[in-house]
Design a binder for this molecule. Structure first.
Ligand SMILES: C[S@@+](CC[C@H](N)C(=O)[O-])C[C@H]1O[C@@H](n2cnc3c(N)ncnc32)[C@H](O)[C@@H]1O
Length: 561
């Protein structure tokens, strides 16, 4: 058999042994195996960073090796220690003769050998090989090479569905490890990567760490306390699409980052920014990307003034015209003084912004929303635009939105207002006869930028808030074009009445309908062929021109780096 055939067979075997472990079990333990072409890329980067002979110079410990994918490329397995949670994985490695000359052993890195005071005492389990203990004790060069599980403990009290409830139950265990018990880093305590790094910091304080993982420990606000304690100097790294990892869902970057740690240093080297290579799921280079560790006080989410709720009851919505069906921890049940809408605005990064940015004409049933008033409307429009206007990708998924550093002109503010009013996530609407909590509710739309006469409405709009708000403002030609094209669509809506099914679906039982309702009804009319077709082309062109104008401003004004 040629060397090439042997390598091919080895790859097939490795992939087979990964699939021997049931999928359910794998996802609970965060057992997402590193594909071998990505391991190869990691080894290239290690050689580039630590020198040609790194495999001879460093003792390697992978303390969550699974079935050993990360070590199969190592040419000096005698320098390698491989431990993992499941004895079954160790058996698989033995059966498949993976890294035969390495020390392979079962070891629960987050629980084994941790005393009640949080100290490490190898005599408790006697599992860690003497030579490894010696290498740690004598300060030999140690490289931690790992792909730890990415699980995070969830709130088991608030599961949204049956599957969620099972997962939540399982993940409660995450925060209950022995290492977590001694961690004083707030939310990060609930994260397994942070738990691994914390024990490593204690046990091997000057280790070089080369680890796969999400970028949370580098950029996420919840890890600020963790970063303040963990002292590590970035050496090199790449990010790869999560899709490269069998079993991971979603589109986000997985980093392979190399750090020189020193927990004994008197002067710490805070992480400010890291620059990494970007590779796609097939390991093809796509360019460079920077990640920043920015204090959360500079985040856009901290910029807006959030009015306090008052005692006036509000209908908690889960969508434009749909009251919440949730019974637990329902929010948005009270208005705030002067509120005309609420804005869903959860989190502060693309990952959250894509799913959780929208305007509603009543309260929002869940966390992460605020009420919009005449006073904070200009800010709400900017925040909405910043969160929605730049296309989300797997690469920017963890990027944080920042408070502006440039001067905000009235033109910019007004452009954002128009962009928000005509965005698909503007779900402001009106409706009567909504049922929630044993009574009927109405919602009033305050976000109509036109008068009844301008759009040929057949009846009165209850609120003229937006017309009055916009009255003294000057709009750019791009915004005016959107407003003109939008007016035509509003007019088209009032030219005909919709059939029963459309009226029911969008709750079209008042005159002060919103953009969401108008768009939806016109699209259904167009699809049905029962009405004269209404073209959206002019509107779409005008909206695209406004988008193209605004998008670069988001970077120029410092909302994104
Ligand atoms: C993301 S997988 C990576 C596996 C392998 N290193 C690779 O890259 O293909 C994480 C591994 O960590 C193991 N693991 C989870 N919790 C652990 C713990 N407390 N101690 C040691 N290993 C653990 C899981 O069983 C799983 O095999």
């Amino acid at each position: 058999m040629s060397l090439f055939q042997k390598l091919q067979q080895c790859t097939v075997e490795l992939e087979r042994r990964n699939s021997l472990i049931p999928l359910d079990e794998r996802s609970f333990k965060g057992a997402f195996y590193t594909p071998l072409h990505i391991v190869e890329k990691a080894y290239d980067l290690l050689t580039q960073t630590l020198g040609k002979n790194w495999q001879q110079k460093y003792i390697v410990w992978d303390m969550c090796c699974g079935v050993g994918n990360l070590e199969t490329k190592h040419s000096f397995p005698r320098n390698v220690y491989m431990s993992t949670l499941d004895q079954a994985d160790v058996e698989v490695m033995k059966a498949t003769r993976t890294c035969v000359q390495a020390e392979r052993f079962q070891y629960d890195y987050l629980n084994d050998d941790i005393t009640e005071n949080g100290e490490i005492d190898y005599s408790l389990t006697k599992k860690v090989p003497k030579k490894l203990q010696e290498a740690i004790k004598t300060g030999k060069k140690i490289l931690v090479l790992m792909n730890p599980p990415y699980a995070e403990a969830m709130n088991a009290d608030n599961p949204s569905n049956k599957a969620g409830s099972r997962q939540a139950e399982q993940k409660v265990g995450v925060s209950k490890t022995s290492i977590a018990a001694g961690m004083d880093v707030g939310f990060a305590k609930r994260d397994l990567v942070a738990q691994f790094l914390t024990r490593i910091a204690k046990e091997i304080p000057t280790a070089t760490i080369a680890t796969f993982g999400t970028l949370k420990y580098v950029v996420a606000p919840n890890f600020e306390l963790f970063r303040q304690k963990w002292n590590a100097k970035f050496q090199n790294g790449f990010i790869v699409h999560s899709k490269a990892f069998d079993g991971l869902t979603g589109n986000f970057p997985i980093g392979f980052l190399i750090w020189k740690t020193n927990q004994r240093a008197r002067i710490k080297t805070p992480i400010e920014e890291i620059s990494v290579e970007v590779i796609n799921k097939d390991a093809i280079p796509l360019g460079e990307k920077k990640f920043y560790n920015i204090p959360s006080r500079r985040f856009l989410s901290e910029w807006i003034i959030r009015p306090e709720a008052n005692n006036v009851p509000a209908l908690p919505l889960k969508n434009a015209v749909t009251p919440t069906t949730s019974r637990k921890d329902v929010r948005g049940t009270n208005w705030a003084v002067g509120a005309v809408a609420s804005m869903i605005c959860k989190g502060n990064d693309f990952q959250n912004a894509t799913r959780s940015t929208a305007l509603l004409s009543s309260g929002y049933c869940s966390a992460g929303a605020f009420f919009v008033t005449k006073e904070n409307l200009w800010q709400a429009a900017i925040v909405f635009t910043v969160r929605r206007i730049v296309k989300p990708t797997w690469i920017n998924d963890r990027d944080q939105f920042l408070q502006p550093t440039g001067r905000l002109t009235d033109k910019f503010k007004n452009d954002c207002l128009v962009w928000m009013l005509f965005n698909g996530s503007n779900l402001t609407a009106s409706a009567d006869h909504l049922k929630w909590n044993h009574r009927e509710w109405s919602i009033v739309n305050h976000f109509i930028p036109y008068t009844e006469t301008e759009v040929g409405a057949t009846g009165r709009f209850e609120s003229d808030f937006m017309v009055r708000y916009m009255d003294d403002k000057t709009f750019s030609p791009e915004s005016r074009a959107v407003l003109d094209a939008g007016r035509e669509l509003w007019r088209a809506y009032f030219r005909h009445a919709d059939n029963r099914a459309t009226r029911d679906r969008f709750m079209l039982n008042r005159h002060d309908v919103g953009w969401y309702q108008i768009r939806g009804a016109l699209k259904i009319r167009n699809e049905s062929g029962d009405f004269p077709p209404v073209s959206f082309v002019l509107f779409e062109q005008a909206y695209a021109a406004l988008t193209d104008k605004l998008r670069p401003r988001i970077y120029e004004l410092g909302f994104l780096k």
